[in-house]
Design a protein around this ligand. Structure first.
Ligand code: ARG
Length: 286
C-alpha cells in the first residue's frame, strides 16, 4: 500500500491535467460485447453499433464535449475511488465511468485535475462529467446537475494514535487539515472557523502534514482515509462519523440529454449488480 501511495503522489505531480487511459489491463480495442445484456437493456430496433457497445436506448442521442468521447474530470489522489496505477487512473469511479461510457456507445477519457476545479470544468465544457467521489450538495446543485447517487460517503477524522482527540466534540480549537474545495473543508470551516482549518490540494498531502505534526487531525472521506492510514504508521480513524453523504456524477445543466442517458445507464448497472460488484471489489466489508 505504501508503494501505491508513492506512485499516486508521483503520478499526481507528473500527470496533472493530462488525459489518461482509464484502465491498465484493457487494451483500447477491447471488444465491449462480452456479457449478455441485462434484460430490457436493449430494444429490438437498436442500431447494430449500439447493440455491440451494449448501448441503452439513450445512446446516440447525446452530445459530448468531444464527439464519441465521454470526458471525465477527476482528482486521482482519492483511493479507492480514483488513483494511479502506473500511468493509468483506476478505481471505483474509473470502472463505473467505463461501464457508463460503454452503455452510451462512447469511449472514456479521464482528465486529472485539482478537485476544486472539477465543477467549473463541467460548467465550462472542459469535461462532460465530474466523477470524483463527489458529494451532492445544495451549493454545487446551483452550478451543475447531479446524476442519481451510486455510493455513500462518510466524513471521518484521522488522528495520530496518541492524540487527545477522541471524537468530533474535541475538535474545537484544534488545527484541522482538509482537502481544498471538499465538503470536509466546508463543514470544518463552518463548524470550527476558517482560522482553524488548513486546506491542501490533495488528501495525501493533508495526511502527510498530520504525520509531520503540522495539523492535529485530517477530516476526509472514509475510504480514502482507510487507504491513507494503511499507508502511514501511527495513524487511526476515530469511530465517530462526522457527516454522511451521497456521491454522484456532476453534469452540465446545459446537457440534460446526457444527464438522462447517464441515469438510465446507471439504473441498468445498479439493477444488474455491476455497480455493487465494483464497490465490493475495492471496499472491504467491515
Ligand atoms: N466527497 C468529498 C466532496 O465531494 C471529497 C471528494 C474528493 N474527491 C477526490 N477525487 N479528490 O467534497
Amino acid at each position: 500500500m505504501k508503494k501505491l501511495i508513492a506512485l499516486l503522489l508521483a503520478g499526481v505531480m507528473c500527470a496533472s491535467l493530462a488525459a489518461c487511459g482509464s484502465k491498465a489491463e484493457e487494451p483500447a480495442e477491447a471488444p465491449a460485447e462480452t456479457e449478455a445484456p441485462s434484460e430490457g437493456a436493449e430494444d429490438a430496433e437498436a442500431p447494430a453499433e449500439d447493440a455491440e457497445a451494449g448501448g441503452s436506448e439513450a445512446a446516440g442521442e447525446v452530445t459530448t464535449v468531444t464527439e464519441g468521447i465521454l470526458t471525465m474530470g477527476t482528482n486521482a489522489a482519492f483511493p479507492p475511488y480514483e488513483f494511479y496505477d502506473g500511468d493509468d487512473i483506476v478505481g471505483i469511479d474509473a470502472e463505473i465511468a467505463e461501464l457508463l461510457a460503454e452503455k452510451l456507445g462512447l469511449t472514456l477519457e479521464i482528465m486529472d485535475m485539482d478537485f476544486s476545479t472539477i465543477i467549473t470544468s463541467v460548467q465550462t465544457g472542459g469535461v462532460d462529467i465530474g466523477l470524483a467521489g463527489m458529494t451532492v450538495t445544495e451549493e454545487r446543485l446551483e452550478n451543475v446537475n447531479f446524476t442519481d447517487s451510486y455510493a455513500t460517503g462518510v466524513q471521518v477524522i484521522i488522528v495520530k494514535e496518541d492524540s487527545d482527540i477522541a471524537s468530533v466534540d474535541d475538535l474545537e480549537g484544534k488545527l484541522i487539515g482538509v482537502q481544498e474545495g471538499t465538503t470536509g473543508h466546508t463543514y470544518c470551516s463552518d463548524d470550527y472557523g476558517e482560522e482553524n482549518v488548513l486546506a491542501y490540494t490533495n488528501g495525501a498531502t493533508a495526511v502527510q502534514n498530520l504525520v509531520q505534526g503540522a495539523v492535529d487531525c485530517v477530516v476526509i472521506d472514509k475510504q480514502p482515509a482507510i487507504s491513507f492510514v494503511e499507508a502511514n504508521e501511527g495513524l487511526k480513524i476515530l469511530d465517530t462519523e462526522y457527516v454522511i453523504e451521497d456521491y454522484a456524477a456532476a453534469v452540465s445543466k446545459e446537457n440534460t440529454a446526457l444527464l438522462d442517458a447517464l441515469n438510465a445507464a446507471l439504473k441498468e448497472l445498479k439493477e444488474d449488480g455491476s455497480i455493487q460488484a465494483i464497490l465490493d471489489k475495492y471496499i472491504k466489508a467491515e
